[in-house]
Design a protein around this ligand. Structure first.
Ligand SMILES: [Ca+2]
Ligand SMILES: [Ca+2]
Length: 339
């Protein structure tokens, strides 16, 4: 750190205000005129200033202190993959979301199967950097830890540890993410929309992560089914089968996709970082979030327990106000892999 500070400090003092390479010449001339004693004193002064600057930098000092605290409270652990060929997972702290580290890669984002709406098109090539995404939707148990720490508000969702948190707005999701980032000292965030679709596809190009079978949805995901209709007889849509969940269900009860991620499709819709756009014209192709400050709506993906199979297609998407919420809407976290 000190050497970096010195390097940048010397670089700044030596730089020409006009960007021309005169500074090197000037610095060399100044150094050449110094005695060895002067050089030594100058070096000592620079080191003293550097140490002082490092000590006085609240970010640097805080990093040292907070890292020690975090290391005591949080020991990252590896978690073996549950399926062959899927990436391993990890958790940064006890009780923190289980994360799956995905390698970067390219994919065709959007609907190419002729089944989607205009807002799922045009299909476009996207290159995503490696990142980590949660194996499960954020649960009420995980949210409760944030409430106890004073980082998150109580939500209308009834307490049940393994259910996904619902009735959570995009803005409230940011509070959980901020608290989790502070606790773990890693940069957690919502996935970008491109990252979400990349993760949901897990290498597939089909309607669903399990193929094209929407008729037997109950084998693969929590959508609107016979259970749902018994609880909500006024809703006429959905599958004839019964997945046993009239509403949001325990996370991880359905088979994961090929990368070991559960409930990307179904259970609850998931907020992502991006602002809502009515189609993919001019969408970024580097996997970054497509945002404009103050945008009125944020995207959510994957369909939920109240939706028919057609809404649980990988490429389906929706948008809601950032302060909007509902009992079918939750989120999962992502995080950068590099510091
Ligand atoms: Ca269901
Ligand atoms: Ca989901």
């Amino acid at each position: 750190m000190i050497s970096q500070w010195l390097a940048s400090s010397v670089g700044r003092s030596a730089a020409s205000p006009h960007g021309r390479p005169i500074a090197r010449k000037a610095r060399s001339g100044a150094l050449a005129s110094m005695t060895w004693l002067t050089r030594g004193l100058t070096f000592l002064a620079l080191v003293t200033v550097a140490i002082g600057a490092w000590s006085a930098d609240p970010k640097a000092a805080g990093s040292k202190l907070d890292t020690a605290v975090a290391e005591k409270a949080c020991e990252a652990r590896k978690i073996p993959s549950k399926i062959d060929g899927a990436p391993d997972a990890f958790a940064d702290c006890a009780g923190a979301p289980v994360m799956v580290a995905l390698p970067g890669g390219g994919f065709l984002m959007g609907n190419t199967l002729g089944t989607g709406s205009a807002y799922e098109k045009p299909p476009h090539d996207v290159q995503v950097r490696g990142f980590a995404i949660a194996r499960y939707e954020v649960t009420r148990s995980e949210w409760a830890a944030c409430i106890r720490a004073g980082g998150c508000p109580a939500l209308p969702s009834e307490a049940s540890d393994a259910l996904p948190v619902t009735d959570v707005s995009w803005e409230q999701a940011q509070l959980y993410i901020r608290w989790l980032s502070q606790r773990t000292r890693h940069r957690y965030r919502l996935p970008t929309e491109a990252e979400w679709e990349y993760a949901a596809r897990a290498g597939t190009v089909s309607q669903y992560s399990w193929g094209s079978d929407g008729e037997n949805l109950c084998r693969y995901a929590n959508g609107f089914d016979a259970s749902g209709r018994r609880a909500n007889p006024q809703w006429y849509w959905g599958s004839e089968c019964d997945d046993g969940n009239a509403g949001a269900g325990r996370v991880g009860q359905f088979p994961p996709n090929a990368w070991g991620l559960h409930d990307m499709l179904g259970n609850v819709w998931e907020w992502v970082e991006d602002c809502w756009h009515s189609d993919y014209t001019d969408a970024p192709t580097d996997g970054s979030a497509w945002v404009e400050p103050g945008c009125p709506k944020r995207v959510n993906r994957g369909g939920g327990w109240g939706n028919p199979a057609s809404s649980l297609r990988i490429t389906n998407r929706d948008g809601d106000p950032a302060n909007g919420h509902g009992d079918g809407l939750g989120f999962r976290v992502a995080r950068d892999l590099s510091p």
